[in-house]
Design a protein around this ligand. Structure first.
Ligand SMILES: Nc1ncnc2c1ncn2[C@@H]1O[C@H](COP(=O)(O)OP(=O)(O)O)[C@@H](O)[C@H]1O
Ligand SMILES: O=P(O)(O)OC[C@H]1O[C@](O)(COP(=O)(O)O)[C@@H](O)[C@@H]1O
Length: 309
């Protein structure tokens, strides 16, 4: 079974402004709302692939209730601790000429609610996968992922960590099965500016040496690279698309990789499928649907076949 954890979920409110002038009233041409937060995005894509999973998390208020009800309606199993105060944040995504995001702070989480979540997460069994992804709310200890992994250590659980900077570096001690920074995050860690998968290879190798079993570095439209557990390097291009909204593309990639690995696929196949999932989401409104993933995967396989001839 795959479990995801979303400590600070969100309602993603996507607006399509015609123009964006700071200090003036701007009008949007259309709006959409999605259940967001990285773990929820991973769960949403896994659900689209019909891969059983449970979304753990913390929610609050009317937005939290909306989130939980919507997950339920979509057939996603969730196990959320509800807070007595505050509300799950609404993250505003202004999809203009460029994408501008304003992510909320989220509610204050009391210690006893964290303990309740940790007790619920204790049900995870050997062989299960736990995806820890996204930012940590300010009211929780910064090393929250470390706390969770230490609590579950030695139980044969596969950890997947997709977190920014220092949080990611601290997670390496737990020897996670997979980490997936993007090229910008890798650049910030190593004080460099890698753009392409090839340029990311030495940094992925370092992250592997420091503890991560598999390291995917995603590079947006440039594709991605995997430095695998056997020290093999795999790179994958992307299929060309009309970019709609790349929110959740990295989460979709994580979901695709984990789903394929659980199926027993080799790393090369898992990376290729993961890339298709990321691209399909970048070409979609919200997290990609199965039909789009299948179409993009077929196109990507064709591109790779043509490149090898
Ligand atoms: N503009 C794009 N065109 C095609 N594929 C994309 C695009 N943006 C993202 N992707 C796909 O999604 C993956 C993850 O995107 P990326 O932006 O690197 O991650 P993150 O969302 O974590 O920042 C990429 O490796 C690629 O497969
Ligand atoms: O926890 P953070 O860092 O504020 O990010 C939350 C946002 O990230 C997402 O989970 C994914 O967005 P990105 O693909 O831009 O990282 C959104 O659904 C959500 O609004």
């Amino acid at each position: 079974m795959i479990y995801t954890v979303t400590l600070n979920p969100a309602i993603d409110y996507v607006m399509h402004p015609l123009t964006l002038d700071m200090g003036f009233t701007n009008r949007s041409s259309s709006e959409e709302i999605y259940c967001g937060g990285n773990g929820i995005n991973v769960s949403t894509l896994l659900n689209e692939l019909k891969v059983l999973n449970v979304a753990f998390g913390i929610a609050a208020g009317f937005t939290g209730e909306y989130l939980i009800n919507t997950l339920q309606k979509s057939g996603i199993s969730s196990n959320f601790v509800m807070l007595d105060h505050g509300f799950t944040r609404i993250n505003v995504k202004l999809n203009g000429i460029v994408m501008t995001m304003v992510n909320g702070m989220g509610p204050k989480i009391p210690e006893k609610k964290v303990d309740e979540l940790l007790e619920r997460i204790d049900c995870i069994q050997p062989g299960d996968t736990l995806v820890l992804t996204g930012s940590i709310p300010k009211s929780l200890p910064e090393n929250m992922y470390d706390i969770i992994m230490k609590r579950l250590a030695g139980r044969g659980i596969r950890f997947v960590v997709d977190a920014p900077g220092q949080l990611l570096m601290e997670a390496l001690a737990a020897k996670p099965f997979l980490i997936k920074p993007n090229n910008h995050e890798v650049g910030r860690i190593f004080d460099a500016r890698p753009e392409t998968p090839e340029e990311c290879i030495p940094f992925a190798e370092k992250l592997h040496e420091r503890g991560a079993q598999n390291v995917i570095v995603s590079c947006g439209s440039h594709g991605a690279l995997l430095y695998d557990n056997d020290c093999q390097v795999h790179t994958v291009p992307t299929a060309k698309i009309k970019l709609v909204n790349a929110t959740g593309a990295g989460d979709s990639m994580v979901a695709g990789f984990v789903a394929k690995c659980q199926e027993g696929a080799d790393y090369e196949t898992a990376l290729r499928f993961a890339s298709a999932c990321g691209t399909a989401t970048a070409a979609s409104r919200g997290i990609a649907k199965r039909a789009t993933i299948d179409k993009v995967y077929a196109r990507l396989n064709k591109i790779i076949e043509e490149q090898s001839n």
